[in-house]
Design a protein around this ligand. Structure first.
Ligand SMILES: [Zn+2]
Length: 348
């Protein structure tokens, strides 16, 4: 069978390990989602493929010729590698990237999630996005710095309360920041460690130009905030801190998935006193945020936001993640739309 015509030159998908196995077999990748073993190779063909991993900038055909691999065998093997997604087209130009090290930290792993391997294109798309973060204690500050590192172009911060000593040690705030408004302290921190990210302060309630808003708060959700976000059609993710656990989600896509009010109505069904309890909890002082729980919750929240921005389906649409000490392992709990909420009747 004649080999398929291909646009040249192809390159090895960035970040793919190419490993020698016994009997001139070659294994590409280690992640079980895409790793595979190429068998039936001779010694020269195996050496050619391993060389591809060493010299990623050299065209595939050029390396094959040097190892004396014939054109027919070369094209047959290349076809297998293209079908397996190991060989991808050269990168197309992308727009501005603001992630750490111009994307060098994240591009290879993100490229593994795309057919074209172009992780930088994912990062360029993130650079055009705007994310709000309200509540900038340890969890919120950590979420903001992670979103900046991951390449979100604009962050809109809101938390005018002063930085406490208990906010330090995670997220990057320093002793000199204690007493400053949290959103000013985080803005100054980001200006230093993520200078290409645009940071605005105190505009989370400004309207519908935000792609998603993360709301980090304590004890129980504050309904008024979510009503505004629902009204503006802005996606949002509550991160609710309790005594020794934290709930991340549900990630609400207004009119398309169960909302915070659905969750609250479900709680009231389970405990008829819930609304009485919730109103007391909303008045209670903000508790400090324990180190490991805050780190895990922040990373989970950032992962959900980035999945949404990247066009993937985040796990917390219609569910929340519950993380409790001492395990720190997330448990996914479904949240059904509530019949009395009516949020899914909103127009798209
Ligand atoms: Zn609802």
């Amino acid at each position: 069978m004649a080999p398929r015509r291909r646009p040249a030159p192809l390159r090895l998908r960035p970040g793919t390990p190419v490993l020698a196995r016994e009997g001139d077999e070659v294994q590409c990748g280690t992640d079980p989602r895409w790793a595979f073993v190429l068998t039936g190779l001779d010694r020269a063909e195996a050496a050619w493929l391993r060389e591809l991993a060493e010299r990623r900038h050299v065209p595939v055909e050029q390396v094959a010729a040097r190892y004396g691999v014939g054109v027919e065998r070369r094209d047959a093997i290349v076809d297998v590698l293209v079908r397996a997604g190991v060989l991808v087209p050269p990168p197309a130009p992308v727009g501005t990237v603001v992630a750490t090290a111009d994307g060098a930290a994240d591009a290879a792993a993100l490229g593994m999630l795309r057919p074209d391997g172009a992780g930088l294109a994912t990062l360029a798309a993130r650079a055009r996005r705007t994310v709000g973060v309200a509540g900038l204690g340890r969890v919120g500050a950590s979420i903001a710095t992670q979103l900046a590192a991951a390449g979100v172009g604009t962050l809109v911060l809101h938390d005018p309360l002063p930085v406490q000593t208990t906010d330090l040690g995670l997220g990057g705030l320093r002793p000199a920041d204690v007493g400053l408004p949290r959103h000013e302290a985080v803005r100054a921190l980001l200006a230093e460690c993520a200078p290409h990210v645009t940071v605005e302060v105190d505009g989370v309630g400004r309207g519908d130009d935000l792609d998603v808003v993360v709301v980090a708060e304590s004890h129980a959700p504050q309904p008024a905030r979510y009503r505004r976000l629902m009204g503006a059609g802005v996606a949002h993710l509550p991160v609710v801190w309790r005594e020794a656990d934290v709930l991340v989600g549900p990630l609400v896509r207004p009119g398309r998935s169960a909302c915070v009010s659905c969750l609250e109505l479900g709680r009231a069904d389970e405990d008829r006193q819930w609304l009485v309890l919730a109103s007391q909890l909303r008045e209670a002082p903000e508790p400090p945020q324990e180190t490991t729980l805050a780190a895990v919750a922040a990373a989970l929240a950032v992962g959900q936001v980035l999945a949404l921005l990247d066009g993937l389906r985040p796990a917390t649409v219609g569910a929340y993640l519950e993380v409790a000490l001492p395990s720190g392992l997330p448990r996914l709990v479904p949240v059904a739309p509530h019949a009395r909420c009516g949020c899914l009747a909103l127009p798209d």
